[in-house]
Design a protein around this ligand. Sequence first.
Ligand code: UD2
Length: 314
Amino acid sequence: MQPISRALVTGGAGFIGSHLVEQLAASGCRVTVLDNLSTGHRHNIVGLGDRIEFVEGDIRDADLLDHVTKGCEVVFHQAAVVSVSQTVQDPAFSCEVNDLGTVRVLDASRRNGVRRVVMASSSAVYGDDPRLPKTEDMTPKPLSPYAVQKLAGEFYAAVFGGLYGLETVCLRYFNVFGPRQDPSSPYSGVISIFMAKAVSGQVPTIYGDGGQSRDFIYVKDVVRANLLAASEAAANGRVFNVGTGSFIRICDLWEMIGALSNVKISPVFGPPRAGDIRESVSDIGRIGGLLGFSPRVALRQGLIDTLAWYRSTG
Ligand code: UD2
């Protein structure tokens, strides 16, 4: 992998962003973190080294973006309204952040000679297409403002490549988990919620019958996918799934977390969540073939490491 000398990470104080910042700084890269701290936390990047500059601000601020993209080789665009439900409740606000903000990131990048922008997209763009696994050439069927916004970001990325020659790569994340994922909202990732319940001996709620499946990928593997996307020539202009190609059902997930944390708590079952997708699993042939990516952290090991982190902070 080519070393990156200078990078901007939008949303760098958030869950995925902060792991990316940590890895970039460890490889010798100078990193600017742009985060408005709406869901990120300063403490996520404290102590990660003196190569990191933190700028508190918003991706809708064009002047600020102009300033922070100057001299950057790569921009990792992670900042977004990440809750699907929040975009359902407030489509206009989330459109401003996720669409206008993304256009501003791309625009500042091309004006300041950034070589490549790596963008966080989502498996949400597939909607409930019943065909499995999800391959990048399926026609997207967005079911929420969030999915539309992420898909629009992908199209803008392609257009900025075609019109201005800006290199872009879009990564469709499946369900990402790991340390620093905040369990405090009802819309937090299920693993963060289940971990918090297991650590505090509380009863989890499973929405629906628990038979729904997800492809969970450990955050450090997602970081590696980002670094490959930034450096590999073959990535330019492409969209990639970032998952493991495997899945687990939600009821089995709770059993596994219960066993790893030595708790025997039966979950309660609530009504299915509106808009919940039943089955989700990625095909990772494209990212494997073009970028040589395959996940290294098995679900069980990732859960063990994540549990240790929740124990240490809880
Ligand atoms: C994930 C992403 C979302 C979007 C979407 C694409 C997260 C946090 N969200 O949403 O941003 O990309 O994928 O489709 O990664 N569940 C329970 N009990 C709980 C919490 C959740 O049963 O306390 C279930 C939930 O009903 C769902 C599954 O667990 O079936 C996963 O839920 P999630 O919120 O972690 O992620 P998801 O797939 O809805």
